[in-house]
Design a protein. Structure first.
Lengths: 355, 164, 751
């Protein structure tokens, strides 16, 4: 880790002013930034510790029915907030399926939104990476790509966004509150993470010195509370990033889907949401055909970026599973293994499976 | 210029002139304060060996700058036993053989204590397994760890009840 | 378990300590954080060292920015091949006949794998040393990396592991092939696997004149002491190696590694204590690993389902500069009866570090392929997998034809199958679902591991107060040696365990042998027991020759030692306490010595193995291919179990290693650069708590009069064998898809 200057400003304004220094970066929970500093991927000259800035740690229900969450609310606290979890169960489930209990206790909302890709070539300063060093190339192309993007990628970058939390947030149309040298602004979450294109590797759209101060879930987001799931495929039962994940939420009117929200994680450089897929479901009954059509619509244009064609198949199937489960209703209690496809409790010790 | 921070570690105030802002809480505990019970397994939040309680919450001390924790109350494995009396979590780990090599054990125990205080796992082994999955045990003493959490939780509940 | 055992010609028998499910004697130290692992040592004046790692797989370092590193505040020294002080032994030499591997200690500027040490930076703080190493910004002359079976250079190895025979044919191979009416020919692959003990290798080195003290975790303390001394041209006795606690070893902590040598050199150069602890990413470099294997299994059977030929050929990866071949084919030599068995190995040289011993080296990979092939053969024959194995049960050792010293495998099959409910298993795959609609499958595998012994010594001193000190330089890396060995030692002395002061984990003590090959309890335990017996023999001589003793005239054969007293064997009411005997003889201390090694006659006449049977149940999502092991039940027979509590933990741990092998562990190196793409614990998945819902180990009674006087085999590595195949076979039974490449990925199962 390089040497840096450590600052702990007392106010938001002070923090933003301090961030004008070249090579300055904000430190919140530290679970991503310090990690990247330890492996030499980030080398800030100034660290502005915003973890104690006043006023950023609240979860508030606003008058219009929206919910506002401060940027420094820790992942675990948000997931365990009874009111929040009741209104946005898929968000809580996504949060609880991410990382470990310790990391969730430290990681902040803002940090989760700002976290960097886990692409191993991004994490290796010796490898070419357009994200880390614009113009250097993408070493992941033709590399070990089992877990790379299968949609919305370009030759500039095939990395995925690793967040679980952001997936249901994207589906719910969350709005990110940003403060910076030019004042404050609202940013739809769909515009926070840019996809790569022919000339750019993508990344976040925050300008230098800007920081996330909070997030709003719009009033209509709570309408999906009764039919919401987040499912996550991973290579071990817990404490692993998603191979593919899905947030599926339905607003049911009788046995008809009035409105659907659907987003994927682990497949692209942003949580992948497409209005067409949700439109397929609106007005339909949650049957196999509509659900399969929604899966196809969401994955339209998917193509492997390497040895990862299986992720397309997995994504389509996981979407369907998640939609079926969402249609069946939000579980009464948080599953013991949040987001796992294994919802059943194991049989009693020594007893054969109930088959 | 060194940063002056103070930590309350296991109930004792420690004033530290931090000559290097890079020092993590883990390295300050181990190298500056001399509390080496907390272990470094990966230094990147991927194994849980460095788990301590910060203001009562379980945290990976390797991914926290000591400077950020100025004023915090830290509980480490050294702060659990009262003299020769083991904390119920410690005693339970011994009884259930919830460890082998012992290297991940301080982190497991702090994590278990954090979990019990969170009050989210109750006695459901599946919830405990999930909640303890941030603590890797390469010896794979997982069965014993899960049993220890259940055992300790019951005892701590009993003690609480008998005190109230 | 039998809790008494009369040892032929001895005065004593196993007493009340062995066989008890005692909790760990080091338990309190471990749960309170007072157990001192190597990196916990902080001597006065300590410096911190960090080594820079090569980021290329092959080539040469052409430049290092030493000035930049030295300019970083706190950095005091940078060691490179240019200024490295000479070593008395070339790191590329392998002393004849010794267990050793070539290491990298800056002997030159060449690079032979990613992660190799290329410089050492020493600083006042860890932070400064770490950044200093980064600032070296090496420049390389790069040659193309050779990664994977097809890119490497093939060769025919002269040995597997440390000195194993690569090619052994048993019986008439051609006849066996001709006799088979059914034929299976399949190839299985296993990846590189890294030990990843929770404690990264660490050392604190201090010199005083020509005496060296090193705090470093080690599985073979006295052997390693000599190996370290050889590099520094000092007698082995000048090295004090302290290893009271190891944070796991799994085979990676027996041999010196380059970074340890460099830290010792730096400590001498700077005349200050130096600490070096590997980072986790450095645990994918110079610390050995399990080589990848490609195993071709050819099984021929007659119409009744009996093997006529078992042909197991392994191709394994090793480094470009040294040879350690995962001896996987050896698994087929001793497990199943077949009139003809062909076992052979080829090697492929790739640009990684040299592989080494990883928990059940050879056996784990070999068992995986063998047990999968046996399952496929059973399917081919239309037989239940357990029935098929029973038809090929080896009554005598297939390799040598010798009788087994003991073999309760049949009982393991029976107990395991019963506990599991195996009799309800449908023969065909894809027949079972749980209430969630997940596919359910059941599979099994046979566990087998040699009952190895090496050589060890021990010393016991009985004191006038009736307590005793007993010592051997053993290693407890979590297996529970401090407890099990102390139990044996106490029994050897006929004392309660709280009367003994058991000393271990330090090189100044008698050689405790190697904590490896699952032979430590047998070996060091035998030495300790013998040392105790030696004391008791002397004590009995005193008492039986003393006319005032109630034991007078009892004769050597007629005395039993128990709870600090000698009793007449024929009349236990006549006894005398140790302290009375010593007091009357005017002796304040009695010293005994013992050796642990196998009786050569027994070694010659018997085949010696631990056995077991593992039964696995998996749930598989039918659409998504995600697998969860829902039950794992093993039944194991491993001779006398000294401490069932701790032996169970060892077996469970081994089985969960098998789970990791089957479903997740995989060291992936980029084929173009050789760099690990998952060289950390977020990428290199080992099982977490949620992966291991229900695991049970049953211990099956087994008496063994041949392995050693204690009747002890070993349990440390047994559990991983059998389990990998059991899980893979259960996955097939659930899905109908045969996974033949490990770990089993979900994409393999979704079609």
């Amino acid at each position: 880790m390089n040497l840096f200057e450590y600052l702990r400003p007392a106010s938001l304004d002070e923090a933003i002013a301090a961030a004008r220094a070249p090579g300055a970066t904000y430190l919140a929970g530290g679970t991503n930034l310090l990690d990247l500093m330890k492996i030499g991927v980030q080398t800030p000259r100034t660290i502005i510790d915003i973890s104690r800035l006043p006023g950023l740690d609240r979860i508030e229900r606003l008058a219009d029915g929206a919910t506002r969450v401060g940027a420094m609310v820790r992942n675990a606290d948000l997931a365990r907030d009874a009111d929040f979890a009741a209104n946005y169960p898929a968000v809580a489930e996504a949060l609880l399926s991410g990382a470990s209990a310790q990391l969730r206790n430290a990681a902040s909302l803002g940090g989760n939104l700002m976290q960097q890709t886990r692409c191993s070539y991004f994490q290796d300063p010796h490898s070419a990476c357009n994200r880390r060093e614009p113009g250097s190339g993408c070493a992941a192309l033709d590399g070990e790509t089992r877990n790379h993007a299968v949609i919305g990628w370009s030759d500039q970058c095939i990395a995925t966004h690793p967040s679980d939390f952001c997936v249901p947030l994207a589906a719910l149309g969350a709005v990110v509150e940003v403060a910076g040298p030019g004042g404050t602004r609202d940013l739809p979450i769909a515009q926070l993470h840019m996809l790569p294109d022919a000339t750019s590797p993508g990344g976040t759209t925050l300008a230098p010195g800007e920081m996330i101060t909070g997030l709003r879930l719009p009033p209509e987001a709570a309408a999906f509370r009764d039919n919401a799931r987040y499912l996550k495929l991973r290579e071990r039962t817990s404490f692993a990033f998603a191979v593919v994940s899905v947030a599926a939420m339905l607003r049911m009117e009788g046995d008809v889907i009035a409105e659907a929200r659907l987003a994927l994680g682990g497949v692209a450089a942003q949580p992948w949401r497409r209005a067409e897929a949700e439109a397929v479901l609106a007005g339909a009954k949650p049957g196999d055909d509509a659900i399969a059509a929604a899966a196809e619509a969401l994955m339209a244009g998917a193509r492997p970026s390497g040895d990862n064609a299986h992720k397309i198949t997995l994504a389509k199937r996981l979407i369907q599973k998640a939609l079926h489960l969402a249609a069946a209703g939000t579980p009464a209690v948080m599953p013991a293994l949040p987001a796992s496809v294994f919802t059943s409790e194991p049989a009693e010790r020594g007893e054969p499976a109930d088959v | 210029m060194p940063l002056s921070i103070s930590l309350i570690v296991n109930g004792e105030q420690k004033d530290i002139a931090l000559e290097d802002p890079r020092a993590t809480l883990l390295d300050v505990l181990r190298d500056r304060i001399g509390l080496t019970g907390t272990k470094k397994g990966c230094d990147r939040g991927q194994c849980g060996a460095c788990t301590v309680l910060i203001d009562g919450r379980r945290i990976n001390s390797c991914l926290s700058l000591a400077a950020s924790q100025d004023g915090a109350e830290i509980t480490t494995i050294e702060g659990l036993a009262a003299g020769d009396d083991l904390h119920p979590v410690q005693a339970a780990f011994i009884e259930t053989d919830g460890f082998q090599c012992g290297y991940c054990t301080p982190g497991q125990i702090m994590s278990a204590l954090g979990l019990i205080r969170e009050g989210i796992a109750d006695d459901d082994p599946e919830r405990i397994r999930e909640a303890m999955s941030g603590n890797i045990c390469r010896c794979a003493a997982y069965q014993g760890i899960t049993e220890a959490v259940i055992k300790a939780n019951a005892r701590m509940r009993d003690t609480q009840e008998s005190q109230s | 378990m039998s809790d008494t055992l009369t040892t032929p010609g001895a005065h004593t028998r196993m007493g009340s300590n062995s066989g008890q499910p005692m909790t760990r004697r080091d338990g309190i130290a471990k749960v309170t954080g007072t157990a001192t692992y190597a990196a916990d040592n902080r001597p006065e004046g300590l410096l911190h060292a960090v080594y820079a790692m090569s980021s290329v797989a092959r080539g040469r370092v052409t430049a290092l920015d030493v000035a930049a590193a030295l300019a970083h505040p706190g950095v005091v020294h940078v060691m490179t091949p240019e200024n490295r002080p000479p070593l008395a032994q070339d790191p590329d030499d392998k002393p004849e006949g010794s267990m050793a591997l070539r290491i990298e200690a800056l002997q030159n500027s060449s690079v032979r794998y990613v992660g190799q040490p290329i410089a050492l930076v020493v600083a006042e703080t860890l932070e400064a040393a770490t950044e200093g190493a980064r600032l070296l910004a090496p420049v390389y002359a790069v040659e193309p990396a050779r990664i994977g079976f097809d890119a490497g250079e093939a060769f025919e190895p002269e040995s597997t592991g440390f000195g194993g025979q690569p090619n052994i044919d048993i019986g008439d191979i051609a006849a066996g092939r001709a006799a088979g009416t059914r034929h299976l020919d399949q190839t299985y692959e296993t990846p590189l696997q890294y030990h990843n003990a929770m404690e990264p290798h660490a050392i604190v080195a201090q010199w005083q004149d020509d005496h060296l003290t090193i705090d470093t975790p080690n599985q073979a303390i006295v052997m390693a002491r000599a190996a370290f001394a050889a590099f520094f041209d000092i007698p082995a006795e000048n090295v004090l190696l302290r290893s009271p606690y190891l944070g796991g070893g799994f085979g990676s902590k027996a041999l010196p590694i380059g970074p340890q040598i460099l830290a010792i050199l730096a400590a001498r150069e700077l005349q200050r204590p130096v600490k070096l602890a590997l980072r986790r990413d450095q645990m994918f470099g110079p610390v050995q690993h399990r080589g990848a294997t490609r195993q071709r299994m050819q099984l021929d059977m007659d119409d009744t389902g009996r093997l006529t030929l078992l042909d197991h050929h392994t191709t394994a990866t090793t480094s470009s500069f040294d040879t350690f071949i995962e001896g996987a084919s050896a698994a087929s030599r001793n497990t199943y009866a077949s009139p003809a068995i062909a076992t052979s190995h080829s090697g492929v040289r790739v640009d990684t570090g040299t592989p080494g011993a990883v928990r059940a080296p050879g056996e784990a990979s070999g068992s995986a392929a063998l047990e999968c092939a046996m399952d496929e053969a059973a399917e081919l024959m239309g037989l239940d997998p357990l029935d098929f194995r029973l038809r090929n049960y080896a009554e005598t050792d297939p390799q040598t034809g010798k009788p087994f010293s003991s073999k309760a495998l049949r009982e393991c099959y029976e107990a395991g199958a019963k506990a599991f409910g195996w009799q309800n298993r449908p023969l065909a795959p894809r027949q079972m679902r749980d209430d969630q609609g997940h596919l359910v499958g059941w599979g099994m595998g046979t566990s087998l591991f040699g009952a190895h012994m090496n050589k060890a010594q021990a010393r016991a001193v009985l004191r006038a107060d009736g307590s005793a000190m007993i010592a051997t330089a053993g290693a407890d890396m979590g297996q529970g040696a401090w407890t099990a060995l102390a139990q044996i030692a106490a029994d050897g002395l006929g004392l309660d365990i709280d009367k003994i002061d058991f000393r271990s984990g330090e090189s100044s003590l008698p050689n405790g042998g190697i904590a490896g090959g699952s032979g430590h309890t047998a070996t060091a335990g035998s030495a300790l027991f013998a040392a105790g017996e030696d004391v008791i023999r002397q004590l009995a001589d005193l008492a039986t020759a003393d006319p005032a003793s109630p034991l007078f005239g009892a004769g050597n054969a007629g005395v039993v030692a128990r709870q600090g007293r000698l009793h007449r064997a024929d009349d236990e009411s006549r006894s005398e306490s140790y302290n009375e005997i010593m007091a009357k003889a005017g002796i304040s201390e009695l010293e005994g010595k013992g050796e642990g090694a196998r009786d050569p006659g027994h070694a010659e006449s018997r085949a010696m193995f631990s056995h077991g049977a593992v039964f696995a149940e998996v749930r598989v999502d039918p659409d998504l291919g995600q697998v969860r092991v829902s039950r794992l039940i093993g039944a194991f027979a491993a001779g006398r179990i000294i401490n069932p509590h701790l032996a169970r933990s060892q077996l469970l741990g081994g089985m969960i290693w098998g789970l990791g092998f089957a479903l997740m562990e995989e060291g992936i190196h980029d084929k173009r650069t050789g760099r690990p793409v998952n060289g950390d614990l977020a990428g290199y998945h080992v099982p977490v708590n949620a992966d291991a819902p229900m695991v049970e180990a049953l211990m099956i009674h087994e008496d063994d009069a041949f392995v050693n006087p204690l009747g002890v085999k070993g349990v440390g590595e047994l559990g991983i064998t059998g389990t990998v195949g059991a899980i893979a076979n259960a996955v097939w039974h659930a899905t109908g898809v045969r996974p033949r490449s490990f770990p089993i990925h979900m994409e393999t199962l979704i079609g």
